[in-house]
Design a protein around this ligand. Structure first.
Ligand code: BYC
Ligand code: FE
Ligand code: FE
Length: 473
């Protein structure tokens, strides 16, 4: 169904046919806009920005581009096309028709997942609120705002489900989504990573590479859901998500390319020399990768989870790319997990496969993360250097799951608390690293100009030149 833009809330769900729902959402809309003004991107509300807006849900030609002021962005409700023949793809009810309503017995579980998903979207906008003030180029500034408005739309996607399918509790949850805030001491966001500050653009690129990619994997899992409106919502969100990860991957590639240029010009790989020249040395970059990767791993939940087993059994949440597996029931299968044992040791535990669904999803995510590292290492190798960037062990730096609070080195070997404390300065960004990165964050706004710590992108947005004035300041 095409998107109706003549209504106050653009949508392809025939919102006008349900006046009660339409009124409820029109009541939430000004609260969303107040939140955007207060907690969204600071200082740029009156600027024209070259943004894409969804105009359809087909894979081809789903978006249009044009100059928009962010508060005028047409946030709306877009679901992928309805398939009348869709059946449940996994779990105990596999093969039965999917649900157009939430079954009463699964209401609480669905609500929890939709609220958790919805909470991350405005959280990320809050985390990125001040980044516009230190943009490395107009091209990057525009990408930041594109990501921000789309995360705002993802919030709309979840709020629609809460309003349309969860009655009064759903409306209350929708209001709560605007009252919890990232990093707030009293009412923080639900998941750990979404309370971490994103105070500089290197963190932003790591976040869009690693954390938006968790978004991809969680949305893929929810796109398999037996609750069809949730599945259709998430399928369309995935279309938008691709750009967020593109921003992360190309952002980090550009940092690497610039550092290689400096290494070659200076004739040294020495970190101090590179910092004196205003670049980001690879050991520092590696520490940022370690931090955001480990934090994002926690977002998959515990390796052994009865929640995960129940949501799989009941068709609520599948595996990412469920159709790529042969066995959709997983009643007899098991998975071997390495867990800590006693003070120093490890052991292998065999757990029922359904309880290990979070770990299955995490492993798929890790493989996806590794692809970017392969590409970056190739760039480094082609430039004639032996350095390689790596992902730390999934046991390292964890706060959730069986490895939470266990001291390991980057390879995942158990170490004493003392060794771990000494290791931190090499393993994770130090105060000095952060101060240095902050010092690089000087605003660059001449069209086509780039800050000195990253290379220009290969091409502009939507076939426009890199030097296009993507934000009219
Ligand atoms: N931090 O059985 P467990 C995105 C809680 S990103 C704090 O181990 P379960 C985006 C958990 O909530 C995608 N708490 O795990 C990216 C539970 O608490 P309750 C977001 C955590 O339930 C960038 C307890 O620990 N989407 O879209 O199987 C920009 C035991 O949980 C954490 C989703 O997350 C943590 N890291 O799975 C913008 C999808 N991890 O309920 C957007 C929806 C776990 O007992 N959420 N806990 O109080 C889910 O599917 C599940 O809630 C989780 C956890 C995968 C997060
Ligand atoms: Fe999102
Ligand atoms: Fe995203």
């Amino acid at each position: 169904m095409s998107i109706n833009y003549s209504e106050r809330i653009p949508n392809n769900v025939n919102l006008a046919s349900d006046r009660t729902l339409q009124r409820a959402l029109e009541h939430w809309q000004p609260q969303f806009l107040d939140w955007w003004q207060e907690m969204g991107p600071s200082d740029f509300a009156d600027k024209d920005i070259y943004l894409r807006t969804a105009i359809g849900v087909d894979v081809e030609g789903w978006a249009s581009y044009g100059e928009v002021k962010m508060p005028d962005y047409r946030w709306g409700i877009f679901l992928a096309d309805f398939d009348p023949n869709r059946t449940i793809g996994f779990g105990d009810m596999a093969g039965q028709p999917v649900w157009q309503q939430v079954p009463g017995e699964f209401r609480a579980q669905f609500r929890r997942l939709i609220v958790t998903q919805g909470d991350t979207e405005p959280a990320s906008v809050e985390q990125q609120r001040l980044l516009g003030l230190t943009c490395p180029s107009l091209y990057d500034l525009r990408n930041l705002f594109q990501v921000n408005v789309e995360e705002g739309r993802h919030l709309w996607a979840m709020v629609y489900l809460l309003h349309a399918y969860f009655g009064r509790d759903g409306r209350e949850e929708a209001e709560e989504l605007l009252t919890r805030h990232s990093g707030d001491a009293d009412k923080p966001r639900i998941l750990g990573t979404f309370n971490e500050p994103i105070g500089d653009w290197l963190s932003f690129f790591c976040f869009t590479y690693f954390t938006d990619r968790d978004g991809k994997y969680q949305l893929k899992s929810l796109a398999e859901s037996a609750f069809d409106p949730l599945a259709r919502t998430c399928r369309f969100m995935l279309t938008e998500e691709a750009h967020h990860m593109f921003v992360g991957e190309t952002g980090l590639s550009r940092v690497i390319r610039r550092t290689l240029e400096l290494m070659s010009a200076l004739g040294t790989e020495d970190s101090t020399a590179i910092r004196l020249a205003g670049g980001i040395d690879f050991p520092l970059l590696q520490r940022y990768l370690n931090f955001w990767f480990s934090s994002s791993l926690d977002l998959f939940g515990s390796e052994m989870s009865s929640n995960a087993a129940t949501t799989f059994a009941n068709g609520i949440k599948g595996r990412p790319d469920e159709t790529s597996y042969a066995d959709h029931l997983c009643t007899n299968a098991t998975l071997d997990l390495v867990t800590p044992d006693g003070e120093q040791g490890i052991r292998t535990e065999t757990v029922p496969y359904r309880n290990a669904m979070n770990e299955i999803a995490r492993q798929a995510y890790v493989r996806d993360c590794e692809m970017g590292l392969k590409r970056w290492n190739l760039i480094i190798k082609r430039a004639g250097y032996a350095t390689t960037l790596t992902l730390p062990s999934t046991r390292f730096g964890r706060h959730i799951g069986v490895w939470a609070g266990i001291s390991t080195d980057l390879q995942g070997n158990r170490v004493s608390a003392e060794t771990a404390a000494q290791g931190q300065t090499h393993w994770l960004p130090s105060a000095e690293d952060r101060t240095y990165v902050k010092s690089l964050m000087q605003r660059v706004t001449a069209p086509g100009k780039m800050a000195g710590w990253l290379a220009p992108p290969d091409r502009g947005i939507n076939n426009l030149p890199v030097a296009y004035e993507y934000v009219r300041l």
